[in-house]
Design a protein around this ligand. Structure first.
Ligand SMILES: Nc1ncnc2c1ncn2[C@@H]1O[C@H](COP(=O)(O)OP(=O)(O)OP(=O)(O)O)[C@@H](O)[C@H]1O
Ligand SMILES: [Mg+2]
Length: 252
């Protein structure tokens, strides 16, 4: 199998701060790959570069072999690479179903001209609704479809975020801390769902997460970074027993 994402020699500086300093690695298609590293090591910045929110100062990003360096986020999204945010971007006053439908509407790939023709607008609306119900089943929120997002638990909000990313038919999803602030039982539930989504729909997940006690039991590959640099990559047990990784976490 090939690589879903590949970054080559990526650099992203903020003034003098070397947030990402010459990082290269690949994320296998249909894998659950975790990006780990202490606070401030550059994980979110890296996902922002991959998703097109930040342009790298140098280096290249490839998605399924295609060079996507510098493409705007909506172009990357249209290619099938979606993401969630560290701080949830949900509309709490809307229902669960509406949150999914809005995610799809926000997709700038939609043809504005076509949406002016009423018949086609209704057809579009029906398609989006159908997809939203499919996605609700995929993330296990079908029973909550008409509830306002405010009544969801922390874990269910995370699932809704993942659902929003799935509305685009993405085959690769970047998740920024999908289980932060979620109780352990639900956190395991979320990772079990990710494994199922991978197995049943062939989705690749590239995940930032600090809760390694839970996450490492589910992931195939680990990418460890610290201070904007790559420390090592490999299987969970190899990476977590690596002295350089341990030192990075101890503040070494
Ligand atoms: N837009 C920005 N402007 C200036 N500095 C930034 C910006 N975004 C991030 N940084 C800095 O870059 C470094 C890396 O930040 P980043 O958010 O990528 O870390 P992180 O690994 O995601 O941390 P955490 O685990 O706490 O989420 C930090 O020192 C941060 O303060
Ligand atoms: Mg972060």
């Amino acid at each position: 199998m090939g690589l879903a994402i590949e970054v080559r020699n990526i650099r992203k500086f903020f003034g003098n701060l070397r947030a990402i300093d010459d990082i290269s690695f690949g994320v296998e298609e249909k894998s659950l790959t975790i990006l780990m590293g202490p606070n401030g090591s550059g994980k979110t910045t890296l996902i922002n570069v991959i998703g097109g929110l930040y342009k790298p100062d140098s280096g290249k990003v490839f998605f399924l072999g295609k060079d996507i360096t510098g493409l705007p986020p909506h172009e990357i999204y249209k290619l099938g690479l979606a993401r969630t945010f560290q701080i949830p971007a949900l509309f709490l006053q809307l229902t669960v179903l509406e949150n999914l439908m809005v995610a799809s509407k926000n997709n700038p790939g939609e043809h504005f001209a076509r949406s002016l023709i009423k018949a086609s607008w209704i057809e579009e609306e029906e398609k989006i609704t159908e997809r939203a119900f499919e996605v609700l089943a995929m993330v296990g929120l079908l029973h909550m479809w008409d509830k306002p997002a405010t009544v969801l638990s922390g874990g269910q909000l995370k699932l809704l975020e993942i659902g929003r990313a799935l509305m685009s038919d993405a085959n690769t999803i970047l998740l920024d801390e999908p289980i932060s602030g979620v109780n352990p039982t639900l956190a395991h539930d979320i990772f079990e769902k990710l494994v199922k989504l991978r197995d049943n729909f062939g989705i690749t997940f590239f995940i930032i997460e600090h809760r390694l006690d839970i996450a490492l039991g589910y992931v195939d590959e680990v990418i460890a970074m610290a201070y904007g640099k790559l420390v090592t990559t490999g299987k969970p047990e190899t990476v977590t027993s690596d002295q350089r990784v341990i030192e990075a976490y101890l503040g070494g």
